[in-house]
Design a protein around this ligand. Structure first.
Ligand code: ADP
Ligand code: VHF
Length: 256
């Protein structure tokens, strides 16, 4: 089978977006993503890195304790539930889904890397959208640090995608001045990762999360393999299409 001439997008969707900042998975958000993929599918093919396993479990089960093993158990309970929600909603939009569970260490072994690429290529060629999450039973990196950004970047680099799109809950990366003044202003385009890191240092304490730091590290991994990263507000409907059409503010981290 020949390689398609479609542009390949690695779409990373964080728990904040998937839950629309509530305590349950938003079917409306998954519908929004499915509808956009269906509109774009003639020109773009998608590989998804999706968080949300723990959130999907928490909405119906309560396990005692806050330690990592409890989170791992919650992820094991929630992952099939999350996948069923994806499968049902994507099917209604005429799309097929598949699940791949990966961990960082898989990206350190040549054989595993080759196997990942081959499997994902067959899935995509046959129109089964791969939905990737960390294999939380065997690896705890992402649930310890609370983000799938690095997993998204490693996958984007391994697959040599055309675009790495991180869907989060802000209109991209804001300048530290604008955050301090409470009138946020998006950094629209830059290739200067170290300058971006400086913007964030102060902003983290303002907002009290390290969320953007891991996104910038992820963008750096992508940039090192010549891939552009877009950080887009996934809470808004139609965010992928609107970003492609340049109708919304978001941050582009361009290649050097
Ligand atoms: N300069 C900045 N611009 C935008 N958001 C920032 C900045 N610095 C820190 N943040 C924080 O990063 C958060 C996004 O990261 P995170 O909470 O990990 O989301 P996700 O679940 O999408 O991975 C924002 O909601 C914001 O609180
Ligand atoms: N892999 C886990 C946790 C990953 C996580 O929380 O990441 P993110 O929402 O991207 O910051 C899950 O699916 O719940």
């Amino acid at each position: 089978m020949g390689k398609s001439d479609k542009k390949r997008i690695l779409l990373k969707i964080g728990s904040n977006v998937l839950t629309k900042e509530t305590n349950h998975i938003s079917k409306g958000k998954i519908e929004d993503i499915a509808n956009q993929i269906s509109v774009l599918q003639d020109q773009y093919e998608f590989v998804i890195v999706s968080s949300g396993a723990i959130a999907a479990a928490k909405q119906f089960v309560n396990l005692d304790g806050k330690e990592v093993t409890v989170k791992q158990a919650l992820a094991a309970i929630g992952q099939p539930r999350l996948m069923r929600i994806y499968q049902d909603i994507f099917k209604d939009a005429g799309l097929f889904t598949s699940q791949c569970l990966l961990s960082y260490s898989d990206f350190e072994k040549e054989q595993s890397k080759e196997n990942i690429v081959n499997t994902i290529n067959v899935l995509v060629e046959n129109n089964y959208i791969p939905i990737i999450n960390e294999n939380d039973t065997v690896a705890t990196d992402e649930i310890k640090f609370g983000d799938n950004d690095k997993l998204g970047a490693l996958t984007a680099a391994l697959l040599n995608v055309d675009l790495f799109l991180i869907a989060t809950n802000t209109n991209g990366i804001y300048t530290k001045e604008s955050m301090a003044e409470n009138e946020v202003s998006t950094i629209k385009s830059t290739s200067d990762i170290s300058a971006l890191k400086n913007e964030i240092e102060v902003s983290i304490s303002t907002h009290g999360t390290g969320g953007m730091t891991t996104k910038i590290q992820a963008a750096e991994i992508a940039q090192n393999t010549n891939i552009e990263t877009w950080i887009v507000n996934g809470l808004n409907d139609n965010f992928i299409i609107d970003a492609i059409k340049n109708k919304i503010d978001f941050t582009k981290i361009t290649t050097k």
